[in-house]
Design a protein around this ligand. Structure first.
Ligand SMILES: [Zn+2]
Length: 319
């Protein structure tokens, strides 16, 4: 799993930061990528990466403000041009279906693939054998959602050499042991699955939030997360203004991470008022409350290291 930030600015694009978009790469896990929000020119940002639009399996929209959705129609059209014929699922607040179908209809854009829409209600919005996605309503000026993406525990790994040494023949008995069943060999001895498999390993938990004031739902969504992506539109001194505009400060993002016991905080949705040199101050404010964290920049990438159970910034991962 990797997180690739495509747009990390608030409100409108600047030379440093495009509007919101974040790719959750799940290439090893499911051979696809998921996109969270799709600000204007997200598809231009994608051109600077190795992402193929046809690999986008799901798009999650946190809320209907333009800086989070104005890139959607163009990207959907390009996905079609580039030979995408796999169905696409779009999850978003009520209105997302009207917005997409209307813009495609008026612009006479015909897609080569079907779109399945899921207008959000709180709770579990997706689950398969690999992962679960839950959503909660946050506290913004319009309905804004956050997502908690949990990977299910990884199946225990079979220690093949150990099993072979115990006399298990290659074939279905090995598969049964891998699936947790004890097996009987032809000479009547039993081999226990637990003797030849490693313990089950936990998967990752990623929480990605839409725009929000400080709120309890955000803390609950981020509970014990390995990584929390939280907006930080304002610096710590602007708590009142942040509240008035439905946003959070760096302090509030850090406080959410601390209370949730989230490991790594990545702050995005950074106001154009802050120049790259201001990031030091923002990080200093964050560290007063939560030690492990980053300010995202466009094209910054983070990767999940399974054996360390940690997310790490990829070196040199932004332009
Ligand atoms: Zn907003």
């Amino acid at each position: 799993m990797q997180l690739l930030f495509l747009g990390t600015g608030a409100g409108m694009p600047s030379k440093q930061r495009n509007t919101s978009a974040l790719i959750l790469k799940l290439l090893e896990e499911r051979g696809t990528v998921w996109l969270f929000d799709c600000g204007e020119a997200t598809q231009h940002q994608i051109l600077h990466t190795t992402i193929k639009p046809r690999k986008i399996e799901k798009i999650f929209i946190t809320h209907m403000h333009g800086d989070h959705i104005f890139g959607l129609p163009g990207l959907l059209g390009s996905r079609s041009f580039q030979g995408g014929d796999e169905p696409l699922e779009i999850y978003g607040p009520v209105g997302i279906k009207d917005y997409v179908t209307m813009t495609l209809k008026i612009s006479r854009t015909h897609l080569t693939y079907p779109i399945v829409f899921h207008e959000l209600v709180e709770g579990k919005v997706f689950e398969d054998r690999l992962m679960t996605v839950e959503t909660r309503l946050l506290d913004h000026v319009i309905p804004s959602y956050g997502f908690r993406i949990s990977q299910h525990p990884l199946p225990p790994k079979l220690q093949i050499n150990k099993a072979l040494l115990l006399g298990v023949p290659k074939g279905p008995l090995l598969a049964a042991l891998k699936n947790g069943q004890d097996v009987e060999l032809s000479d009547g001895t039993w081999v226990r699955s637990s003797d030849v498999t490693d313990a089950e390993e936990r998967g990752f938990i990623v929480t990605i939030l839409g725009d929000s004031r400080f709120c309890q739902a955000a803390i609950e969504l981020a509970y014990d997360a390995d990584v929390l992506v939280h907006e930080a539109t304002f610096d710590g001194s602007a708590i009142k203004m942040a509240g008035e505009y439905g946003h959070s400060t760096v302090f509030e993002a850090a406080e959410t991470a601390r209370r949730a016991n989230a490991h790594t905080l990545i702050m995005n949705h950074i106001s154009a008022r802050f120049l790259p040199e201001d990031e030091k101050l923002l990080l200093k404010q964050m560290r007063e409350i939560h030690t492990c964290g980053f300010i995202a920049r466009d094209f910054m990438e983070f990767e999940w290291i399974q054996h360390e159970k940690k997310i790490r910034k990829k070196q040199g991962s932004h332009l």
